[in-house]
Design a protein around this ligand. Structure first.
Ligand code: FES
Length: 108
């Protein structure tokens, strides 16, 4: 995998997100309460709401527009809603946040 160093973990607020410009649009990189990081395209699978402005809790983010809940791990919307946000790989190493772009369609 090709990992990109995007920022320090402290640059992302706990339960917040940072936006990174990707080749296919903005990517939201989220930080959970236990300092894990997850990356999804900053586009809700419902109507394109900015997931980076949503509220993170557990391994989910709630879209700020209509409150769909999206899994940070898979990008899937929690039932009864149905859809998937494109995800990328992200991890923390030595206090740095690393991102690996997933340029394939995650869910064909
Ligand atoms: S755009 Fe995200 S829930 Fe509607």
């Amino acid at each position: 995998m090709n990992w990109l160093d995007i920022c320090a973990l402290e640059d992302i607020n706990p339960l917040g997100a940072r936006i990174v410009a990707g080749p296919a649009g903005a990517i939201a990189v989220f930080r959970t309460s236990d300092d894990q990081v997850f990356a999804l395209d900053d586009r809700c699978p419902h109507k394109g709401g900015p997931l980076s402005q949503g509220i993170v809790y557990g391994r989910l983010v709630a879209c700020p527009l209509h409150n769909w809940q999206i899994s940070l791990e898979s990008g899937d919307a929690v039932a009864p809603d149905n859809g998937c946000a494109h995800r990328h790989d992200a991890k923390v190493e030595n206090g740095r946040v690393l991102l690996s772009l997933n340029l394939q369609t995650a869910h064909p």
